[in-house]
Design a protein. Structure first.
Length: 367
């Protein structure tokens, strides 16, 4: 029976039937069993070649036939996906200057780009839903403006700290002081609102247009040195006139330079200058700042007489009618360079408040 089967198997091999088709016909035969059955029909014993060489060639042919069968059974999509999804060797993991192995000398410190503790474990990152990076600090130019600038009567070089016009009288060895107008010291913060603005052209006609007037000074600048103060003056003093009565003005300024200042006070009526007083003050270093003080400067006779007549008017609306055409322009300048450091325009009404004198400050602008 065995001799009759050999020619059949040989004929099948010569007709080009592959080992794979034989595996399908045999059903439960594995590749190794099919090879063992096929081996005697192809190379009978004593074929003249060594069994090692013959077996090796047959093994190569069987592997080729198996590969051809596998490819033939795959669809074109499977062939493409199989080639794309072929496993690739992953990149080797990054090494961050590992520490020395046990029993071996450590790395030399002079070959590392920088000295850093070894990475034992990397921290687990927790992504945040929303993250806000802190803003970079402003450039020095953005933080040079002091807090009081644009919030008080102050330019970049000089600040008005206090201003008052008052009456003092002595009685029974005691001194009584009444404030007609008063601007007290303040401690502003960056949360305070900026000063309101008013068009300087609206008040040009209330001040003298002569040389050194408000219009000429404003056009010369600097623009951040010009302010308008509206006073509600307290004229409720019932002090009797006498030799022990003193009318005075005090003011105080803080500056950034050790200079000598000139303070000009011009009184105007119906837009005409009627009197001017000029004072000079030197800087004094106090607390890291240059302070300028004009203390108890005597009020001029024109102002004293004006206050007397104003107080004798029977009604406050009459007083306000007179004050509507009464203004004062104070100009503080560098005596050496004539640079305007502060220019303050004062306008007045009579106070109706129980709290006495009040005021409001505006920045003067031209837009």
């Amino acid at each position: 029976m065995g001799r009759r089967r050999r020619p059949v198997m040989a004929r099948r091999w010569q007709m080009g039937q592959s080992v794979g088709s034989m595996v399908k016909e045999c059903g439960a035969l594995t590749l190794s069993r099919a090879f063992r059955k096929l081996w005697p029909s192809i190379h009978p014993a004593g074929g003249g070649r060594s069994s090692f060489q013959t077996r090796g060639r047959c093994m190569d042919q069987v592997s080729k036939d198996k590969a051809l069968q596998t490819v033939a059974n795959l669809s074109s999509a499977q062939i493409v996906s199989a080639s794309v999804m072929k496993p690739q060797t992953p990149f080797p993991p990054a090494v961050f200057w590992p520490g020395p192995m046990p029993g071996q000398p450590g790395h030399s410190q002079d070959i590392k780009p920088f000295v850093q503790p070894p990475y034992t474990t990397l921290p687990t990152s927790h992504p945040a839903s929303i993250s806000y990076e802190p803003m970079s600090p402003p450039r020095p130019a953005a933080i040079t403006a002091p807090v009081w600038q644009d919030r008080t009567i102050a330019s970049s070089k000089l600040r008005l700290m206090e201003y008052s016009a008052f009456l003092e009288t002595q009685k029974d060895r005691e001194t009584y002081k009444h404030l007609f107008v008063h601007i007290g010291p303040s401690n502003p913060s960056y949360s305070d609102p900026l000063l309101e603005s008013i068009d300087v052209r609206q008040i040009y006609d209330k001040f003298s247009e002569k040389k050194g007037g408000l219009k000429e000074l404003y056009e010369k600048g600097p623009r951040n040195a010009f302010f308008l103060v509206k006073f509600w003056a307290d004229l409720s003093s019932d002090t009797e006139e006498g030799s022990n009565v003193f009318y005075g003005v005090s003011s105080q300024y803080s500056g950034t330079e050790n200079i000598t200042i000139s303070v000009s006070t011009k009184v105007c009526s119906f837009g005409k200058q009627v009197v001017e007083k000029v004072e000079t003050e030197y800087a004094r270093m106090e607390g890291g700042k240059y302070m300028f003080r004009i203390h108890r400067s005597p009020m001029c006779e024109y102002m004293i007489n004006f206050i007397h007549k104003l107080k004798h008017l029977p009604e406050k609306y009459m007083m306000n009618s007179v004050l509507e055409n009464f203004t004062i322009l104070q100009v503080v300048s560098n005596r050496e360079t004539q640079e305007t450091l502060l220019c303050i325009a004062f306008v007045f009404e009579v106070s109706t408040s129980e709290h006495g004198a009040q005021y409001h400050v505006y920045r003067l602008v031209d837009d």
